[in-house]
Ligand binder design. Structure first.
Ligand SMILES: O=c1ccn([C@@H]2O[C@H](COP(=O)(O)OP(=O)(O)O[C@H]3O[C@H](CO)[C@@H](O)[C@H](O)[C@H]3O)[C@@H](O)[C@H]2O)c(=O)[nH]1
Ligand SMILES: [Mn+2]
Length: 729
């Protein structure tokens, strides 16, 4: 370390913040004046529409309050820039070891070929291979996944030298060979084609064995396969740890004679009578098993679909931890979650551009982003409950001199003993140590408590994306995923981990609020449903809930609504969305709020009352042929009889009835002049109908398999009809 200190990263503020803050203040004035209008203009006792008015007042109080909460992530976003070239000037030998944890849980929903492509992409990091150890945790305990990893351990000997020789990106073979661009330019064509063949042959072997559902008998002679005996299932099997490549072994070398990273397959013990705590349980098992084998001071956690798209990510992340001035405080480094398969107009709202470009940098300003379960580098110690202290010195050499230690077999046996079902009994694992249990967003709650223990986190989003994953490609999957997220975050809000309680005096108020942006997703469902239904029903009945266009109060409504949406549109376009993408995103917010978040709030309450238990529905990473064609064409996929679709259909149909009924009433009763007091409601109802257009199409016009099943159409029609008839009488 030299006398002149060189920062390994720098931080920049977003531009134009003063203008934004002035705008936000004007919005606040607008919101207050809407509240004032509601408070002073309520219909009296016995007058028509008093209850509807009270309800809409409550909804607007909520929206205003929630808007204030969301200001925390917009107030002052900051952006981080790293200088890996300065890190390279240091002695490579001084850089720490890194353990990479990949989680998978289901060989059907998460095809093994995809999983090993992620594994291979991380093995090929531009980082000394002897410093890397890659662990795959398989919660299905599937021999098929093990077989795929075994194949990968051989393929790596060809793939890693190839990547390094030609500086290939991305280093996931699946992603690399599927890119449409012609990457051959950089390589010798014959070498490129033989690599591609090698990969495709392997992929074929894996896919056909997965299809078959079992491995050929002759494979059983190889080390590791004998761990599986008949009668083992994904929910009932002993612990398995197999070191497929032992990086310490002089003989584990690639085709160019260079060392290979350590590669480990792990399946923790599962027994039906023991709760396995889903991904959190798997991560905790990984933390322990790896501590026996490589024990690196830094860990990286990835979902099985999130392949590395940037071979420099380890170095970028280390720029934070190893910075001599500020690195001390940093507990984890979070990369954004970005998806490879988002279509141009982003039908299901998975570009996440606003999260990654605005909201997470907004979090960073207050002490750092949340941990989002994938693409996150941690100090091992903080995952194990370490409190922040100024005097804490990380042992960067940790795990390096394990060369002389025990043989691989002994390590495997010892690691197995750490991942049994009973290991955690009567310990703090899942509470104070490791990732926390009993929360559907184990990542967020764990990150929050790390921050409350005094650590900072940083968010980094380099222009070449670090990781790319697979976004859900059907509406049902997407809604179920958002249900889990909204439920998890709301559960945190209601628990002793509530950012305002746990965080008080420990993290900044801005950060407490920022966590609530997601923590309060679920309760947003109720006022949103109210706003989508009641003003439209009142329109049907001819009850006005908003000021006339000529009233000065109209201005507040117009300003707040237009201000919010125009700002949102500009923000979204600036972050790289398309106009159609933004419009689709608005629809997705409505659908999520009326279904996912509603189910999220219900299920949180049922859990509080101990009526239901936590689950974790795994998001599928593959879709069937027809459905994926519709996905490519931006056609909404219904197809299954989900009760969520009944709500969506009913809301859509109800608004259609109300719009028709309302307009008819005007023509009959009042002519165009009668429009005045109901203008806003007609507009609102019209917009709701407009945003639901693809829903009507799926209800009435489309005939493909992805349209509404008849039972769903029937039920939603019935509900909508019933509610409108009840209103009319
Ligand atoms: O019992 C389980 C269930 C899931 N997983 C793994 O957890 C990861 C995430 O599961 P996925 O179905 O892809 O859920 P997502 O909603 O996409 O995941 C996001 O949200 C989760 C919390 O809800 C976090 O755990 C994830 O890291 C985050 O990417 C996958 O690699 C799974 O294999 C397990 O290891 N064991
Ligand atoms: Mn996922």
């Amino acid at each position: 370390m030299g006398e002149s200190y060189e920062a390994l990263f720098e931080t920049k503020q977003a531009k134009g913040r003063l203008a934004y803050k002035l705008f936000a203040c004007s919005m606040l004035v607008g919101i207050c004046s809407i509240w004032l209008y509601r408070a002073t203009h309520a219909p009296g006792w016995g007058e028509e529409g008093r209850w509807a008015w009270m309800g809409i007042f409550a909804a607007e109080l909520w929206f205003g309050f929630y808007w204030i909460i969301t200001q925390s992530v917009r107030w002052n976003p900051i952006y981080r820039f790293t200088h890996p070239e300065k890190l390279s000037q240091r002695d490579e030998a001084e850089l720490p070891n890194v353990d990479i944890f990949v989680c998978t849980a289901d060989p059907i929903a998460e095809p093994p070929i995809l999983v090993i492509s992620t594994v291979l992409s991380t093995m090929a990091y531009n980082y000394s291979p002897e410093k890397l150890s890659v662990y795959l945790s398989d919660d299905a305990g599937s021999i098929l996944t093990f077989y795929a990893l075994w194949e990968a351990s051989h393929f790596a000997k060809h793939w890693l030298p190839f990547c390094k020789k030609y500086n290939v990106e991305p280093r996931s073979p699946a992603a690399y060979f599927s890119k449409l661009c012609n990457p051959r330019d950089a390589c010798i064509p014959t070498e490129w084609s033989s690599m591609k063949n090698l990969y495709e042959e392997m992929a074929d072997r894996i896919d056909s064995i997965v299809m078959l559902g079992k491995i050929p008998e002759e494979l059983r002679a190889n080390k590791g396969f004998s761990e599986w005996s008949s009668g083992m299932t994904s929910r009932n099997h002993p612990p398995i740890v197999q070191i497929l490549i032992d990086g310490r072994d002089q003989c584990s070398i690639d085709n160019d004679g260079n060392a290979l990273p350590t590669l480990v397959y792990m399946a923790r013990e599962k027994r039906p009578q023991h709760h396995h705590n889903f991904k959190a349980g798997s991560m905790n098992a990984l933390i322990r098993a790896s501590s026996e084998i490589s024990d690196s001071p830094i860990t990286l956690n990835l979902d099985c679909d999130m392949y590395s798209n940037n071979s420099e990510s380890v170095r970028h992340a280390l720029c934070f931890f190893l910075d001599e001035d500020k690195g001390q405080d940093i507990g984890f480094v979070q990369y954004p979650q970005i998806f490879d398969n988002v279509t141009k107009n982003d039908l299901y709202g998975y570009s996440f551009n606003v999260f990654t470009e605005v909201e997470f940098p907004g979090f960073d300003n207050w002490g750092g982003p949340p941990y989002i379960g994938t693409g996150c580098f941690h100090r091992r110690e903080i995952l194990c409950g370490k409190k922040y202290s100024k005097d804490y010195k990380e042992d960067w050499k940790r795990g390096i001199d394990r060369k002389t230690a025990k043989s691989a077999c002994i390590l495997e046996e010892r690691a197995k003993s750490l991942i049994t079902c009973t290991y955690e009994h009567n310990t703090q694992w899942g509470q104070e140590i490791g990732l926390k249990y009993d929360c559907p967003v184990e990542d967020v709650i764990t990150g929050l408590s790390i921050q409350c223990r005094g650590w900072k986190s940083v968010y980094i989003s380099p222009s070449r994306k670090a990781f790319l994953g697979v976004a859900p490609t059907t509406l049902a999957q997407s809604l179920v995923q958002f249900k889990r997220w909204s439920e998890g975050n709301f559960q945190i809000f209601l628990s002793k981990y509530c950012p305002f309680i746990l965080g008080r005096g420990k993290i900044k108020l801005g950060l407490q609020m920022a966590y609530c942006v997601y923590g309060l997703w679920a309760p947003n469902s109720l006022p949103t449903l109210y706003y989508l239904v009641i003003p439209s029903l009142c329109l049907l009945k001819g009850i006005s809930l908003f000021p006339k266009i000529t009233s000065p109060w109209f201005m507040s409504f117009a300003y707040v609504t237009i201000g919010k949406h125009v700002y949102g549109l500009v923000e979204s376009l600036q972050c790289g969305d398309t106009l159609a993408g933004w419009w689709n995103f608005q629809r997705m917010w409505i659908l999520r709020r009326t279904t996912s978040f509603l189910y999220g709030i219900t299920s949180t309450i049922l859990k509080l009352l101990r009526i239901s238990e936590m689950g974790f529905a795994i998001t599928a990473k593959v879709s069937d042929g027809d459905a994926s064609k519709r996905y490519e064409q931006d056609v909404l996929e219904f197809g299954s009889s989900s009760s969520m679709f009944v709500i969506i259909g009913a809301v859509a149909m109800l608004n259609l009835f109300c719009l028709v009924g309302g307009l008819q009433r005007l023509v009959v009763d009042g002519g165009i002049m009668g429009l005045e007091p109901l203008f806003i409601q007609i507009l609102l109802c019209g917009l709701v109908v407009a945003i639901h257009l693809p829903i009507y199409e799926a209800l009435f016009i489309r005939k493909d398999k992805g349209s509404f099943p008849f039972s769903v159409t029937f039920l939603s029609f019935g509900f909508a009809m019933l509610v409108s008839l009840l209103t009319m009488v």
